[in-house]
Every structure is written in C-alpha cells, then in structure tokens.
Design a binder for this molecule. Structure first.
Ligand code: NAD
Length: 411
C-alpha cells in the first residue's frame, strides 16, 4: 500500500477541514482554526562536561477561543515544530470535545530524556520557563507533563515561575500531591483510557470481564491504563515499553509489575518486541507510547477488534482508512486520552479555589464526564453516519468555531 505522507500538523488540519465541510463552516474560519495563534522557539544552552550543547525548545499556542491555552511539555529527541503544532491543535479539539474552559497549546524540547541527569533536566525546564514566562500563567497558558517529563519536572517549573511572577500554583498542572497536585491526576489519563475501553466493549455487546487487551507503552498512560483495565476485569495479555515486552495469554497480573521501572526487569518466558505487541490478537489494542506506530508497514498485521488511542496520533492517515475498512472500531485520541486534561482541569480549579477534593470525588467526576463525552461522540457519529474520529472533530470544531465567531476578535 502506498502511504499518503501528511505531516502530523497536516494530518490534524485535514480532519478539521473535513469536520468543517460537514458543519458547513466558512472557509475563512477554517483557515483560522488550522493556524496557530502564537509559536515561540527558544534555544537552551546546556552545560555538558567542559562544553555546551544547544537544545531547541518550543511553545505553540494554537487557540484561546474557549479559554486559557492548555497542553503538556514533551522531552523527546524527535520533537520538532510540526509535531508541536499538531499536538497543540489536538489540545484545542480535546478540551472542546470534553467541554473544558480551555484552548490548546503544546511545548517541548528536542532532547533524549533518557540521557539526562536530574540536574540537567531541572536546568532545562527552568531555562524553558524563564524564556517563556511572558506567555505562561494560570489565565494565559498552563503546561502539564507529557512524554519524558513528570510531576517532578512540573514542580521545578512551578518553582521557577513563582520566583519570577509570585505564588500561582495553578500556573502548571500534573504537580506532585505535596506541592498543590491533585490526588487522582497522575492516574487520570490511563484511567480514562481504560474507562473508554470498557464503554466501547459494552456498546458492542462484548463482555468486559475477560476481554483481552494489548498495550504498547508502560509509562504514565500505559501503566495506569493496564492497572485499571485489570481492575475492571479485562485480561491484559501483552504489554511493552521501549525495552521490549511480555506476553501471557492467561493474563498478566498488573498489580505485581506495576512498580517496576521498566519491563526489562520483569521475568517472563514469553518476551516479545516493543512493536510486536501491536500485532497480538486481542479484543482491545491500546497504543500508549509514540505517534505513527500503526502505519502502512504493519497495518495488515493488526489483529484487534477495537483500538483505543492512549497515545496522540498513533495511527497514520492511510492505516486508519484501511483499519476502518476492515471494520476495526477506533476510539480517537482526543476522546480516549482526554482524561489527562480533564484531571488537569480538576487540579487547576482546586488550586484557584485553594480547596482540595478527595480522590473519590476526582474519580467520580472523571468517570462521569468521560462517559458523557463518549456517548455524545457516539450519538453524533450515528447522526452523521461517520466514524468516531470524524464525529469527535465535528463536536469540537463546532464548539470552537462558534466561540471564535461569538468573540468577534477579528482585526
Ligand atoms: P511516558 O514518557 O511516561 O511513557 C512513554 C512510554 O512509552 C514508556 O514506557 C516508554 O518506554 C514507551 N516507549 C517509548 N518508545 C517506545 C517504543 N518504540 N516501543 C514501545 N514503547 C515505547 O509518556 P506518557 O505520558 O505515558 O505518554 C504516552 C503517550 O500518551 C504520548 O503520546 C502522550 O502524548 C500521550 N498522552 C499523555 C498524557 C499524560 O497525561 N501523560 C495525556 C494525553 C496523552
């Protein structure tokens, strides 16, 4: 099969355009929605031995039509402007889809996080924050963790922001619980992915208990998705990370491996490769690591009935078309992994109110809102006879276009 090569940003934009056509939105408004409001590129000189290595950092703000921009920061060697634009845009559609009062943004640094010491990581995030402080803030743009960054990184970001601008814990989400983080936020993305997997099975009359699941990624998203799938009675039969993976058709006891730093530390008679997990026969496949992992090379080997996108953009345009043609049901990233930004919203509101929720309330709110968003996408997909990804974009593009026009902030 020949692959149509869209860049990551073009890929998102063609989905916005398609939704715009269904909704009969004016072409000028679609051009605004397929552009980013602001893009800042910085250089970060990092001391390395006796020399200096200059890293490139980014913050792209896609839209503020529905509220302050919101989106994570990624430390990964493949980060570039196109990818950050695509991810910033996806945040706009994700926050609109689950009806949060936010716009979309994304940040990143092109660096292999696995090669960094803690001190280097801290220096990079502090420099990133100093260079971008003028565009950040709890009512302007609120970062959060993404690949290669975590709660600790967010604590350093918050501390640097406070030194420059004064106390404002809502300037960043995904913080440690001891430092204004919200109990429940760390697990929120993976929990949401698992809840959506369970709703998808129910909608298609497949029993949740005993349904088989394969997961790529054992970081924040994959680990909690695996744990909650396990708690809901599903059988996680395969899981992998960058070091490789494990397979057990009787089901892996996730509670036993949850705390291992990496899957290479798990003893197993059935080791599989990092990508092999994608080709395992199962009910639900959850890609929860990198983008573009299901593509023209491996699409014909995919053996799942349902794919729930934990990662952002894990399926290329052509592979998506082919899978849908084969009857595979795909729950798109902007719905499936929206539990993360929803959890960030709960943390942000608690920080602003200086009031903390018990974790049970956090989980209840998250589960109810995820279910509501899922049912709404299903309803719209039936109304327009389109797949769930198109339906999700129809819902969110409608909301953002409406807000954009109501604001009337045209020059
Ligand atoms: P993370 O850095 O915590 O974990 C990434 C995982 O992917 C690790 O287990 C790593 O070993 C694995 N991995 C990397 N390369 C791999 C490869 N080639 N094969 C198999 N596994 C590989 O990142 P995360 O926060 O879990 O994010 C994962 C994905 O989910 C990203 O696409 C991210 O944008 C998306 N996402 C994250 C959140 C969040 O709240 N963390 C929210 C929404 C979406």
């Amino acid at each position: 099969m020949t692959e149509t090569h869209f860049s990551a940003f073009q890929d998102v934009n063609q989905k916005i355009t398609q939704a715009g056509e269904i909704l009969k939105i004016k072409p000028g408004v679609i051009s605004a929605l397929t552009s980013c409001e602001r893009e800042v590129v910085i250089s970060i000189p990092l001391r390395r031995g006796n020399d200096v290595q200059v890293l490139t950092g980014y913050r792209v703000q896609h839209s503020s039509a529905r509220g302050p921009r919101k989106g994570g920061i990624r430390f990964h060697q493949d980060v570039d402007l196109d990818e950050i634009r695509a991810l910033a845009s996806l945040m706009t559609w994700k926050t609109a889809l689950v009806d949060l009062p936010f716009g979309g943004a994304k940040g990143g640094v092109a660096v292999d996080a696995s090669t960094l010491s803690d001190i280097e990581k801290e220096e990079i995030i502090r420099r990133w924050t100093r260079s971008l402080v003028h565009v950040l803030g709890h009512h302007r743009d609120i970062p959060a963790p993404d690949m290669g960054t975590d709660a600790r990184t967010m604590a350093w970001l918050m501390d640097e922001f406070h030194r420059l601008e004064g106390f404002q814990p809502a300037c960043v989400t995904g913080k440690p619980i001891e430092l204004f983080g919200a109990p429940g936020r760390e697990e929120a993305t993976g929990r949401g992915v698992a809840m959506i997997a369970s709703e998808t099975l129910k909608q298609h009359d497949v029993k949740v208990k005993g349904a088989t699941v394969a997961i790529q990624g054992f970081g924040n998203v994959g680990r909690y998705a695996a744990l909650v799938c396990h708690e809901l009675g599903m059988k996680v039969i395969a899981i992998s990370d960058v070091t490789g993976g494990i397979f057990d058709k009787k089901g892996i006891d996730i509670t036993k491996i949850f705390d291992v730093p990496s899957l290479k530390d798990v003893e197993s008679d059935n080791r599989i490769g990092s990508s092999e997990v994608l080709e395992i026969e199962c009910n639900v496949l959850i890609p929860a690591a990198l983008g573009g992992v299901i593509n023209s090379e491996n699409v014909s080997n995919i053996n799942a009935d349902f794919i729930v996108e934990g990662a952002n953009q894990p399926i290329t345009f052509e592979a998506d078309k082919e899978l849908r043609g084969q009857g595979v049901v795909i729950v798109p990233d902007i719905l499936a992994n929206s539990g993360g930004v929803m959890g960030s919203y709960f943390e942000w509101t608690q920080n602003i109110q200086e009031f903390s929720w018990p974790v049970e309330k956090f989980r209840r709110e998250l589960d109810a809102r995820m279910e509501k968003a899922f049912n709404n996408v299903l309803k719209v997909s039936r109304k327009h006879s389109v797949d769930m990804r198109t339906a999700a974009f129809v819902v969110s593009v409608d909301r953002v276009a409406h807000a954009f026009e109501l604001r009337g902030s045209l020059v």
